[in-house]
Design a protein around this ligand. Structure first.
Ligand code: F0G
Length: 440
């Protein structure tokens, strides 16, 4: 039977308890499973067989791996057959990064267009098991879109707390369409996060941010599915964007569980990339190198600032788990500028793949690490694209039109260069004029 265990004081609690942090020391909680009875070879073939099943819980790239998920009866599972997202090779992006080859696992191909669906199927299922009728989250957009959809599927009320004017319209439109109550908080994501936790602690609203360990159980299957798609061969390196740091923590937990159970023989290095204007983990990482051995705490970045609004977060909650994942995997943390993000996003587009700005930090960060010699060109690298290109079309159009800019530290406008711009051409509505312009 799985249980909840504090990553700090190791106290254990039943999964039937509605808690988000350790009641004894406030540490983050993990869902943990017995490892003793696990037979790696047998499980791999069961999981592989399920890929050709027509049952939704087998087709779901999350519930297919249910032996390592919180228990749930089939009738309790709320699934949209999430997961099963492709891994694509990306030759132009590889070349841009200075790699011989590179592949992207595109989690933007999930039902609501981001990786959040993987965590939401387990989160909403747990909400149902606890008889919750209303769920809540703070969000930079994707969590709210996903929670709203899964809550609607489960017949629950959804309350989303979003920073006013700071989320991409595609994401806002989803939360509205799926019937959530949308509260535009006059503040940033960190304010919204603080407030939703305060409200959830004083009310029956069930909190579905990634501080909820049941969310991360679904997201850890990113690692499982990636391995399954690669014939259970671990890559050398997995590159992932870092915002609230739930996803990188979940992926690390996924690999670590399979390593402990003998499904894989090595842990890939997990490298987390942050935007320079929203880089609390990067700063902590640099300080850690400078002050080896001292007890470090994450210092929030006030007024986090990036056009990659999904990761515009100054006080990420899951940082202790992210640090644990970095330690398990001998990982690294890197940061990238707004210009680097914009150009990398355009390059991913040129591979015919596309993604939202936050996802493009992966390619930008990888390029930087290859240039610094921290990643070798012949390494086997999978970068995680977290959100669909259509989530934030404004950003893409502005880049190609040469009008992408952001507000700098002192309130000044900083224009970005559109190095790979593909501007559209206005033409008269006449055949001959069009043929002339096209040189035909
Ligand atoms: N990429 C995208 C597209 C995201 O939406 C997020 C987080 C991240 C990366 C970072 O993942 O927070 O687990 O480190 N979005 C959250 C949201 C915060 O509310 O949608 P993380």
């Amino acid at each position: 039977m799985p249980s909840l265990r504090c990553i700090n004081c190791q106290s254990e609690f039943p999964t039937s308890q509605r808690i988000y942090n350790c009641p004894k020391c406030s540490g983050l909680l993990d869902v943990v499973y017995e490892a003793r009875e696990f037979q790696a070879e047998k499980m791999k073939s069961v999981w592989d067989e399920r890929r050709s099943s027509s049952k939704s819980i087998d087709r779901s790239g999350v519930w297919r791996f249910r032996e390592l998920l919180p228990e749930a009866k089939e009738s309790e599972i709320v699934t949209m057959m999430e997961g099963d997202t492709q891994i694509w090779n990306a030759p132009r992006s590889a070349d841009y990064a200075g790699m011989n080859s590179l592949s992207f696992k595109h989690l933007g191909m999930n039902p609501t267009g981001s990786f959040k669906d993987l965590g939401m199927t387990t989160g909403i299922t747990q909400a149902k098991r606890l008889n919750a009728t209303s769920v809540a989250c703070a969000s930079t957009g994707n969590t709210s879109a996903s929670m709203a959809a899964y809550a609607a599927r489960a017949g629950m009320n959804a309350f989303v707390f979003i920073p006013s004017g700071q989320i991409a319209l595609g994401k806002l439109s989803q939360a509205l369409d799926y019937g959530a109550i949308v509260l535009q908080i006059e503040g940033d994501f960190d304010d919204a996060m603080r407030l939703v936790r305060e409200v959830a602690n004083k009310s029956p609203l069930y909190l579905l941010n990634s501080v909820n360990p049941f969310r991360l159980e679904g997201q850890k299957t990113i690692a499982f599915e990636m391995l399954q798609q690669r014939g259970w061969k671990a890559p050398d390196l997995v590159v992932v964007p870092g915002g609230n740091l739930g996803n990188s923590s979940a992926i690390a937990k996924g690999f670590h569980e399979l390593l402990e159970r003998g499904v894989i023989e090595k842990m890939p290095r997990i490298t987390i990339i942050q935007a320079e204007g929203a880089n609390p983990l990067y700063r902590m990482w640099v300080r850690r190198r400078e002050r080896e051995g001292t007890d470090l705490k994450l210092e929030p970045v006030a007024g986090a600032n990036t056009l990659a609004t999904a990761i515009k977060i100054g006080a990420p909650l899951s940082w202790p788990k992210a640090m644990r994942g970095l330690q398990w995997s001998s990982g690294e943390v890197e940061q990238v500028t707004e210009q680097e993000i914009a150009d990398a996003k355009a390059m991913i587009g040129l591979d015919g793949i596309g993604c939202e700005p936050a996802s493009a930090v992966t390619l930008a960060g990888l390029r930087k690490m290859v240039a610094a010699g921290a990643v070798k060109p012949d390494e086997d690298v999978v970068a995680i694209l977290t959100g669909h290109v259509l989530k934030d079309p404004d950003y893409t159009v502005n880049y190609h039109a040469g009008s992408l800019s952001f507000t700098g530290k002192n309130g000044e406008r900083v224009a970005l260069k559109s190095r790979f711009a593909n501007a559209f051409t206005r033409v008269p509505a006449e055949r001959d004029a069009i043929m002339g312009i096209l040189g035909l």
